[in-house]
Ligand binder design. Sequence first.
Ligand code: TRP
Length: 448
Amino acid sequence: MKTENRGNFSSKIGVILATVGTAVGLGNVWRFPYIVGENGGGAFLVIYILSLLLLGIPGVIAEFIVGRHSHANAVDSFKKLAPKTKWHWIGYSGVLAGFLIMGYYAVVVGWTLEYLTQAILGNLSGMSVEQYGQVFDQFAGHPYWPLVWMVIVMLISTFVVARGVSGGIEKISNVLMPVFFLIILVMVANSFFLPAAGQGMKYLFLPNFSELEPVAILIAIGQTFFSLSLGMGCLITYSSYFKKDVSLAKTATQVVSIDAMVAILSAMIIFPAVFSFGMQPTEGPSLVFKVLPNVFQQMPLGTLWSILFYALLFIAAITSLISLLEVVTAYIYENTSLTRRKAAFIVTGMVSVLGVFASMSFGLLQDVTLFGKTFFDLLDFVTASILLPVGGFFISIFVGWFLDKRIIATELRIKHPKAHLFIKGYIYMLRFFVPACIFAVFLYSLLG
Ligand code: TRP
C-alpha cells in the first residue's frame, strides 16, 4: 500500500471549500427543490433541518474521525483501525457505491453541460411548454450526444483527480465554489423581484403540517445522506487529507450548514420563478430541465438567467463528480503500482460503460426494465436506497461500538470543561439513535 505522499489539503479554507464541493451537488440544486415541491413545502423543510442536525452532523463527524485518524482511503482506513476484522467490507461497499453512483451521476452532469451550452448559444428560448419537454426527451434519448457529454465531464474530473489532492481537487474547489456562491446570491436577489416572490417564499417557509405525510420523514432522511455525501466513505477519503489542526466538529457543522443553505437558496430561486410564470413545483425530476427554461425565457434578461443557472448546476455537479471519482481512484491508486492518472483513467473507462446503459435508459433501452426500473433508476435505487443507508448504518455502529473511545476523544479535541459529556452524548447517538433512524428508512425503501 502506498502511504507516503498521499497529499493533504493545504489550507483550512481549502478543506471547507473542497468538502462543500462534494456535498453541494445535484442533490441541492436539482433534487432538493423538487422533493420539497412534491412533499408539501415548509413542513418538509422543518423535518429536513431536524434530520440534518440529528443525523447529518453526527454522521459527518463519524466519517471524519475514521478518515483523519487512519489517513487512508475508504477501505484501508478500516483495515488500519480494525485489523483482521471484516469491517473493511464497509469500504468495499463504499467503493462499489461510488462507482455505481458515478454511472448515472455523470450522465446528469453531462445534461447540465448540454443545457449550459444551449443557453450560451441562445437556443433555450422561443419555445412552448410542450416543446421544452420534447427538447429534453429528444436530447436525453439521443443515441450518442448525451454520451459525448458524459465522457467529457468524466475526462474533466479525471484531469482534476490526476493532479492530486492540493494541486487538483483543492485548487478547482477554491476557484469554482466562490463563483458558485456569487451566482447563487445574484439569482436569489433576482428572485425577490419576481411577481410571485411572496407566494414562492410562503410555500417554502410557511410550514403546513396538515399536508405532511409520514413518508416525508423518511424521504428527508434519505436526502440527508445523499446531499451530505454520507454512507460510502467519500467523507472518509476527504478527511484523510485533513491536517491535524482541522477541527472536525467545527468543520462538520460548517459543511452541513452551508449544504443546507445552498439547498434552501436553490429552492428560493426556483419556487418564486415557477409560481411567477404559472407553473407548478410538483413536476418532479425533470423540473430543472423541462420547466425552468420556459420560466427563464419569460423573465427580462432570460438568456442571462438561464446561462447563470446552468453554470450553477454544472459547478455544483462537477465538484461532486470529482469527489466520487476520487474515492474509487484513491483506493485503486493506493493498492496498486498505478499512477493517480492511470487509476483515474481506468475508473473513467469503466464508468463510461455503465453510463452508456444509464443514458440509453432514456432512449433505446427505455422499455428494458428490471424490478420495474430502468437501468438508470436501478443504479439510483441500489445506491441511494440500499448501499448508502447500509454504509451509514455500519459506519455509525463501527465508530459508536467498536472504535476506541480515546480515538474519538483525541480526534474531537474538544476544549470545554464538559467535553466528556458531549462525547458521551455523541457516542450514544451513534450507538442507538442514528442506526435506528437509518434502519427505519431502509425498511421503508425496501417495502415501500
Ligand atoms: N452530495 C452530492 C450531491 O448532493 C452527491 C455526492 C457526491 C454523493 N459524493 C457522494 C452522494 C457520495 C453520496 C455519496 O449531489
